[in-house]
Write a protein that binds this ligand. Sequence first.
Ligand SMILES: Nc1ncnc2c1ncn2[C@@H]1O[C@H](COP(=O)(O)OP(=O)(O)O)[C@@H](O)[C@H]1O
Ligand SMILES: [Mg+2]
Length: 238
Amino acid sequence: MKREPLLSARGLQAGYGASQILFGIDLDIEPGQIVTLMGRNGMGKSTTIKTLIGALGLRNGDIRFAGQSTAKLRADAIARMGMAIVPEGRQCFPNLTVREHLVAFADNRNGQSDAWTLDRICELFPRLAERAQNMGNQLSGGEQQMLAIGRALSTNPRLLILDEATEGLAPVIRDEIWRCLNLLKAAGQTILVVDKYVEKLIELADHHFILERGQVVWQGSSAELDGDRGLWARYLGV
Ligand SMILES: Nc1ncnc2c1ncn2[C@@H]1O[C@H](COP(=O)(O)OP(=O)(O)O)[C@@H](O)[C@H]1O
Ligand SMILES: [Mg+2]
């Protein structure tokens, strides 16, 4: 028997005021999968994510997450069901210490034995352990990004969503983020990732969705995406 996907979106329509941005997005994420959303700037990736997490109202369609429709739920209720986001632009609290970020939101609602405790997050990102007593506004961009990921993990999410997590980071720091995502994958974490490094995403992820003007124009495996450079040129601008 086929398992139900962890997340299943059907016919998502959403937008801002008078402008409709999403025109019927369908996507499935299976437990343990790493799935990407790709597409050029302005194609609706962040809008899709905002709709999935309940930050932006669903105008039409349905979203099922962990066996339940979330279409009528508020963002806080969806978050408590186990969806955590690392939003665009990081967004750490300037006046909380690193340690406070990692304990303030901590949760283990799903009762995992291998939960993301403060210690495990610090093992994943040793930099955060070194900076435990520093304030959010004393961190470098890369450290802020690690902290944003650590904070999302501290809620022990069923689904971790990263929106442009490597944006604006130095290559060595980007590699640190990719290393961490590979470790999360090995630990079985389900992840939805938006990023623009196609080669890295092909290595990391299982399945990909390409968006063009608020619609899914292609989806497939890493091998399929790797084998079709025409797609890259046409939809990804690389
Ligand atoms: N808060 C907003 N208000 C109005 N339009 C927005 C807002 N955020 C994004 N948009 C528009 O929605 C479209 C999709 O944006 P977005 O989902 O952020 O794209 P992507 O993440 O793929 O770069 C763009 O045309 C963008 O200008
Ligand atoms: Mg975006």
